[in-house]
Design a protein around this ligand. Sequence first.
Ligand code: BES
Ligand code: MN
Ligand code: ZN
Length: 497
Amino acid sequence: MEFNVKSGNPEKQRSACVVVGVFDSRKLSHAGEQIDTVSDGYLSNLLRRGDMEGKLGQVLLLHNVPNTLSDRVLLIGCGKERDFSDKHYHQVIAKAITTLNETGSMEAVCFLSELNVKGRDTHWKVRRAVEATQDTLYAFEAFKSKTDAARRPVRKLVFNVTSRKDLTIGEQAIKEGMAVAKGTSKAKDLANLPPNILNPAYLAQEAQKLAADNDKIDCLVLDEAELKEMGMGAFTAVSQGSDNPGKLIVLKYLAGGSQQKPIVLVGKGITFDSGGISLKPGDKMDEMKYDMGGAASVFGSFVSITELELAINLIVVITSAENMPSGSACRPGDIVTTLSGQTVEILNTDAEGRLVLCDALTYAERFNPDVVIDVATLTGACVVALGDQASGLLSNHNPLAHELLNAGELCGDRAWRLPLWDEYQEQLDSNFADMSNLGGRGAGTITAACFLSRFTKKYHWAHLDIAGTAWRSGKQKGATGRPVPLLTQYIITRSQH
Ligand code: BES
Ligand code: MN
Ligand code: ZN
């Protein structure tokens, strides 16, 4: 898909389609009024006749509108003007894209990017339009013999901005939007792959490919024997039950100079979580292929950032393993020694995410990080608490937590903070080891984070629980690519000061 920005009049566009907004009730947007004026009230007549009310999601495709130069004019209902929010803007763009794609306009000039969205500027609107477009057009069809791809798909979109001085801003926004979309789409692809194909070795190869194609990227893969040797007893307790050996994957992009401490992103990459000996029930078990969503999203964010060539130091650590029951699997009751030296009594082998993560978090110390952010589909409790709207956020550093919350608000990939009070720590007490991996009935998301916090004392750290946000279930089943937008936004903002 090719994107451009332009500043012009709608009636003067020579294009397959011009897209303009209509508000409820029957109120033309500025671009709509311009077309209406040159066409002697063609649009307002249609509205008066009742062809369109302007309700959110309505569409009306017109051909040969008098005195315009494009083949079509697509009217998009935007709802009440005073309610027009981030969410409505996103929906309206998505609706326009699907309609264009289904009605044979291979290119279009879109004036929706001119609409007023409360508190949002041109940069935001263009970037969000690009991201929403790519999100809408995404399809994972690698394993379909026949695809229902559009016959004449939209290939080129021009977003109009109100003044010529906004053109450079618009171009920068397109660049950012494309980079975020590329990383998001990579995260979706990785997560959507079936677990018989995407195993730890496959993920490691993907990382190595990235490094082979870009000399600013380095990749290091540690195999299970090396992890054991190093002392990652918690990590290998999880991977030992599977025939697919675990891998620790490190990606480095150091463009910020040797004085700058790196941002480290750690991703949970369980390529399938059966629960292990504490086997999960069968319902929706296929969705546990998404238990590498954290890994996919840190990988995708890495793609976005390297694409933007930001002058920062970024290190991604992916803990990849398969959690399986077998004769060599770890058992409830096993006690293991973590890389930090602390011991853990495994009371439930299905609480495996914290076990692979804790060793990676200790490993991250060696990079002398500025901040460490881990991303994980960690707890079912987080789905109960926050559903699919917000990722759970827990942190030992308030400024970092606020930066992440703000980044999420800005890009529409939100997080919500939960407390990490000391009082919760005692739920992890064990009779036999330094701690257990199970926190009991209440506050499952918090106690999981409490467990991790015991391995992150040496640096500023935040944890994103994406169990509810990484994928959608049901008819629309598929990876969302979240929180690539949030993480990328956080890093973009940081690179600006
Ligand atoms: N990967 C799961 C968490 C999960 C479950 C994410 C359902 C999304 C949907 C994780 O490894 C897990 O099994 N967590 C357990 C922890 C419990 C045993 C303490 C859970 O949430 O039930
Ligand atoms: Mn589990
Ligand atoms: Zn899991």
